[in-house]
Every structure is written in structure tokens, then in C-alpha cells.
Design a protein around this ligand. Sequence first.
Ligand SMILES: [Fe+2]
Ligand SMILES: [Fe+2]
Length: 283
Amino acid sequence: MKIGSVDHRELFCCSFMESYREYEPEHLPWPDLDNAALTLLRSIPFWGQALNKERQAGVIVSEYAKTLDRGILQDAIALQGEEESRHARLLKVFIERYDIPMPACPPIEIPANLEQTFTVFGFEECLDSFFAFGLFEIAREARVFPEQIFTIFDSIIDEEARHIVFFVNWFTDLQIQRGHGFLPLRSAKTLWYYGRALSSVIKAIGESDPNGAGFTASGASVFSQDLTLEKFLKVCIQENQRRMSKFDSRILQPQLLPRLASTALNTLQLLPKRKAFGEGVRV
Ligand SMILES: [Fe+2]
Ligand SMILES: [Fe+2]
């Protein structure tokens, strides 16, 4: 199928919309947790950051959808906006249900250039989701919470996988429609956006974690004290492959992070064994 064609656009939009799942966060089967699980849950450093990101995503994506002409792209992006708002609602229900201490939520500002903001947000999602896939599996393997908690959050992670697949197809389609489809130009733009996404993630880490521990690394070390960078990357790559294998092979998938992680993993495997995360090796 020709990337940038009407057929391709219909395929990636329809496959996104047809895989929508109906659920209400308030009606999910939230399990009771014992004291040890509650203490661990409340010690995880990223709930506040996650809630704010989802609130912001819901508003930005929904507002961007309103600026588009009516059609399949608008429908798909509006649906993503609804899903992001539902993620924020789910996190709020979760935080209240388990009495997780939270700082006050800052107000959300709607930026002037919504397309640019949606684009930057999409690349940040590609970056965050790749590591979230691995982090989620490490927590699940460690069985630190009842399986019901993981079943609930698995839907969110799968929805994020759908978002990033939709996003890379949308971005490529847009570049082609605007005459910027020449591959080296598109690749340079993609790299520039990933660089920007990385710097905003680093900035967020600095703001949320004054001790300087990496967001993913500090999150991962909560679940597994003997986690090495090698094991972490291996799980991220394997989980990315597993989640991506559910998509139609005719649509594009995010490539940069899995490739970089595979290169880093191959390099690490050639080196003498290093320390675990908790002893100072960070993502
Ligand atoms: Fe989300
Ligand atoms: Fe998302």
C-alpha cells in the first residue's frame, strides 16, 4: 500500500477507531490492596506527573481535533482526545481509590499552535511509551500488585501503543501531503522532533526528581532492585515487539527507539557486566 495515499489514510484511521474499547474507569474491578502494596504504590514517584500529562493530552488532542476539517482524520484524533481524557479520569479514580498523596493539579493552558503542540506531544508519546512497555512488564513480573491492577493498566498501555502507531502514520501522511515526503528530509524532521521530545523528558525528570534519578530508572528500581540496564532494554524491546505485532503490517510503526535500544543492547552485551540500576546505572 502506498504511504500517503487515500487508502493508507483510511486504513490507519479505521484500524485506530475500530480497535477502540468501551469502559468507564469508575466501573472497573479495582481490587483491595494490603498495607505493603499500598505503601509501595504511594512511594512510586510518577503518579502526579502521569496525571498531569494525561490531563494536558486530553485537552490538547481534543482542541487540535476541533481545528481540522470534518472527515476521518478529525474523527480519529477526536477519539484519541477522548481516550486521553479517560486516561486522566482513570488515574484520578485510581489515586482517590488508594489514597495516594497528590500535589494540586496546575491549570491547563491551550497553546496557540495546536498542530505543532500535537506533533511534539506525539513524539514524546513515542519515547515515553517505549520505556513504559518495559517498565510495565518488569512490575508485572515482580508481582508487586494483584494481577487485577495490571489488567486494568494493560488497557491504557495498549491504548498508548495505538496512539503512537496512529501518530507516526498521521505525521508521515501530513509530510507527504505537504510535499515534504522526501525520505532524508522526513528522517531529519523526525530526528529533530525526537531530540526535542528527549530534552522535554529530561527537563520533566529534573523538575520531578530533584535527586537526579532518571524517571524510568527510579520507577524501575521500585519494582526490581537487581535490574540492569541490559535487562531493562531487553524487556522494552521484547514488549515493544509484542505490542506492535497486533497491528496491521501495512501501517507504519515507530522505529527509532527500538532501533536505538537494540544498538545500545548489542553494545552493552559486548561489555563486561555492569551494576544494577539501584547501584547507579541509569537510563
Ligand atoms: Fe494517555
Ligand atoms: Fe496517548
